[in-house]
Every structure is written in structure tokens, then in C-alpha cells.
Write a protein that binds this ligand. Structure first.
Ligand SMILES: Cc1ncc(COP(=O)(O)O)c(C=O)c1O
Length: 428
């Protein structure tokens, strides 16, 4: 095949329909670090008509969602439900409900989303301590233990898969460690759950939050959460039911702890909303609940081990493929998440080359790959293989397109090397 001499980076701009027309978006294959192309079955479920918030059909669906997400999180936790909002809403709900002002909180940082936990914990009034390693590494458990000895935190907060670096922090020992120091353990599993092993109960995780838009193959806008009995007890001691729905029983039991500063993200009240009391709080984001239910239903039907295997296989194929093109991969690959790879941008492309390549991938092939932030800005592309797009055709198409775009940019990639290397993984 002769190389393309140029891939146009600025073809005819898409024609916007007039504002009087229904919304219309170009077809895209979303191969970045998330959001990803939504599984059509999830989109279909989300188009289901509304029912009233306390309709028995709705409350039954809420109960089903709780059961489905217990399987997703690998937990028996009764308190497993959805926080309405993107993943960040789940993170904030967990931290604002767990942290009392002045608490010592230890955050394990190895990328941008660890920094986000620092930011949010600080806003909750915590005395924040960090244990940090350079981007591209994970944090050894010994460093966390040393910090626990020094700080005696009430809470340890950590991200499992930090998409900013693609690293997947080992968690299996952290629950036991946290509990030995009388701390609770919070994990942000937004980008990893469903595509990497995650064991809430077996690993002693007290609170975990997630999102739909990565390995779960759904849209952004709902944050599944699970809370251990110990976490629930810590939150319930801060419970104050709001005026207007408070009963005499609530009045007679003022909170023992500081009231939770957020109303919308107050997990003590949200627990009562999802629980048998069905105490009015927000209006459930019904459409997102339908999507969350379908995303979890599909995962449970596939089974977690099979879904993790699928992510591993397509992730390995993408990794082999980018290497087969002659490109470098950032970070400690032994600790890479299954579902995203950070590909080093060839220096010959210059400072704007990374963006030019992404633009050409989008405009010429309809494929989105990810940019990067912080110390990695301009240094890597992040390419995801997750959820609905953890598929052979999506992987091979992305590699073939990347090859053409790089050739047009004058990067000496090996002809067909990406697709061939990935195909070998599939053949194996
Ligand atoms: C690990 C991690 N945590 C949190 C978030 C924030 O999620 P959202 O944008 O849905 O609020 C992301 C998004 O990429 C993420 O990768």
C-alpha cells in the first residue's frame, strides 16, 4: 500500500443544522480515556419514558439498581446506590460526607485525579497529607504505611486507575492497612471498574465511587457508590434531616458529628432516599438511572471476569499495536490499567504535532484519541479501549488510521506494523 502523501487536517467543516432542527452529531469512535461511545443498548434504555419518582415501578427499579451495583462493586454492602451527577459528584459526596473539618486525611497521589482528591478534601476542611510519586509510577504500600504511622489519618483516599497517567494502583493491601490504623479507605474507581479487578469487600474498601462513561459503556452523568457499614456509621452520626421533611423522631436525635456541609451530596440523606424510608431528597435523574441499570445489567450478564478479560485482551492488542508502529509507551507498563495506554508523541512532530494528529484522526477518520495534562501535556496521547469500544474492530481501525496520519506527518512508522502486531495478540 502506498503511503498517503497528506491527510487533510481541515476538510469541509461539518454543517450545523439550523437551530430549529433536532440535534445532530457526527458519528465518532471515541477511543480516548473516556467518555467512550455508549453501548447502543444503554442509549436505548435511557430513552425509556419517565415514571413518577415514587411510582412502585420506579422504586422497584431503584432496588434492582442497588442489587446490580453490589455485583459490579463485588460487595454485600446494603448501601450501594447512585449519586446523581458525573463521577466527580460521587467523589465529592463521599468526601464531604466522610470528612469532618480538622480531620487528618491521607491522599495517595500518582496523577491528576489524586490531586483532585487533595483539592476536594481540602475544601471539606481536612488537614490533608499526601504520599506522592512521579507520574508514571504507583505508590508502594510501604510509603502509605510510613505516612499512616506519622499522620494517623481518619481517612485514606486513593484513585485506583488514574487516567492522567494510565497507572493502576494496587489496592489489595490498603484496606487491612487502613483498618490497622483505625482509618477508613475511600477509592475512586471511576476509570477502572468493570475493566480491571476491583474487590470492595475482599480488599476492605469502605467507600468506592465510579462513573458510567468508561469501562461500563454508559454516558457520563451518574456516579455509582458503595458504603461499608463502618462508613455508614461514620456518616449517620452526622445526619440531620432537613427542615420541611423532618419528623419528631428526627428532631429528638440531633447529630453527634458536624452536620454535612453539602445538602445535595449529603449521603446521610441520600441513604434515606434510597432506603425503605424513601425520604424525599432530590428528584431522581430517572433517565440516568435507566442507563445505569442497563450498563450494570449488561456487565453482570457478561460476568465481571469475562469483562475484565475482554479489557485485558483489547488493551494488550492496542499496546502491541502502538509499539508495532514504532511508538514509545509512557510509564510503568507492568502497572498500566488494562483500558488505556499513554503513547509518546514523536518529538519530530514538534510542539503542536500532537494536536495536529488528534485533529486529523477526528476529521479524517471520525476517531477521537485523548490529549493529556500537567507534566504530560504535549508529551503523550491517551488511547482507550474500554466499555463498548473494547472490541477488535475498534482497535484495528484506530491503529490503521493512526498509521496513515503519522505517515502524512512524515513520521517513519512501520507499514502495517500496528495492525499486524495487534492481530498477533488476537491470534494468540
Ligand atoms: C479516575 C477519574 N476520576 C474522576 C474523574 C472525573 O469524572 P467526571 O468527569 O465524570 O466527573 C475521571 C474522569 O476522567 C477519572 O478518570
Amino acid at each position: 500500500m502506498s503511503p498517503v502523501s497528506a491527510v487533510p487536517t481541515d476538510p469541509t467543516p461539518p454543517i450545523s443544522p439550523p437551530i430549529s432542527m433536532p440535534i445532530s452529531m457526527p458519528a465518532r469512535l471515541l477511543m480516548g480515556p473516556g467518555p467512550i461511545t455508549v453501548d447502543p443498548r444503554v442509549l436505548h434504555a435511557a430513552a425509556t419514558q419517565m415514571v413518577g419518582q415514587f411510582d412502585p415501578a420506579m422504586t422497584a427499579a431503584m432496588t434492582e439498581v442497588m442489587a446490580l451495583y453490589r455485583t459490579v462493586f463485588a460487595t454485600e454492602n446494603e448501601q450501594t446506590f447512585l449519586v446523581d451527577g458525573t463521577s466527580r459528584a460521587g467523589i465529592e459526596a463521599a468526601l464531604v460526607s466522610l470528612i469532618e473539618p480538622g480531620d487528618d486525611v491521607l491522599v495517595v497521589v500518582f496523577g491528576r485525579f489524586g490531586q483532585l482528591l487533595v483539592e476536594i478534601a481540602g475544601r471539606c476542611g481536612a488537614r490533608v497529607h499526601t504520599v506522592e510519586v512521579p507520574w508514571g509510577e504507583v505508590v508502594p504500600v510501604e510509603l502509605v504505611e510510613e505516612a499512616c504511622r506519622r499522620v494517623r489519618p481518619r481517612l485514606i483516599a486513593v484513585v485506583q486507575g488514574d487516567t492522567s497517567t494510565t497507572m493502576c494502583q494496587p489496592l489489595a493491601d490498603l484496606g487491612e492497612l487502613a483498618h490497622r490504623y483505625q482509618a477508613l479507605l475511600y477509592v475512586d474507581a471511576t476509570a477502572s471498574i468493570g475493566g480491571n479487578p476491583f474487590e470492595t469487600d475482599a480488599w476492605g474498601i469502605d467507600v468506592a465511587t465510579a462513573g458510567l462513561q468508561k469501562c461500563l459503556g454508559g454516558p457520563s452523568g451518574s456516579a455509582p457508590i458503595t458504603l461499608s457499614p463502618a462508613a455508614v456509621a461514620a456518616i449517620e452520626r452526622r445526619k440531620r434531616v432537613e427542615a420541611g421533611i423532618r419528623t419528631a423522631d428526627d428532631d429528638s436525635a440531633p447529630p453527634a458529628g458536624t452536620p454535612i456541609a453539602s445538602n445535595y451530596l449529603d449521603l446521610a440523606q441520600i441513604i434515606d432516599y434510597w432506603g425503605p424510608r424513601r425520604l424525599n431528597h432530590h428528584t431522581e435523574a430517572t433517565t440516568m438511572l435507566y442507563a445505569a441499570r442497563e450498563a450494570a445489567r449488561l456487565l453482570v450478564a457478561e460476568t465481571l471476569p469475562a469483562a475484565i478479560d475482554r479489557h485485558r485482551r483489547h488493551g494488550e492488542a492496542m499496546l502491541a499495536g502502538v509499539r508495532g508502529l514504532g511508538l514509545g509507551v509512557f510509564g510503568d507498563v507492568a502497572h498500566k490499567m488494562t483500558n488505556v495506554v499513554a503513547v509518546e508523541i514523536p518529538e519530530t512532530l514538534g510542539s503542536t504535532g500532537g494536536d495536529r494528529v488528534r485533529a486529523a484522526m477526528l476529521t479524517c477518520f471520525g476517531i477521537e484519541i485523548g490529549t493529556s495534562f500537567g507534566p504530560l501535556a504535549g508529551r503523550v496521547w491517551r488511547i482507550g479501549t474500554m466499555g463498548y469500544n473494547a472490541r477488535q474492530d475498534a482497535v484495528l481501525l484506530t491503529l490503521a488510521a493512526l498509521e496513515q496520519v503519522l505517515r502524512a506527518e512524515g513520521v517513519p512508522v512501520s507499514a502495517g506494523g500496528g495492525v499486524a502486531a495487534a492481530s498477533e495478540v488476537y491470534a494468540g
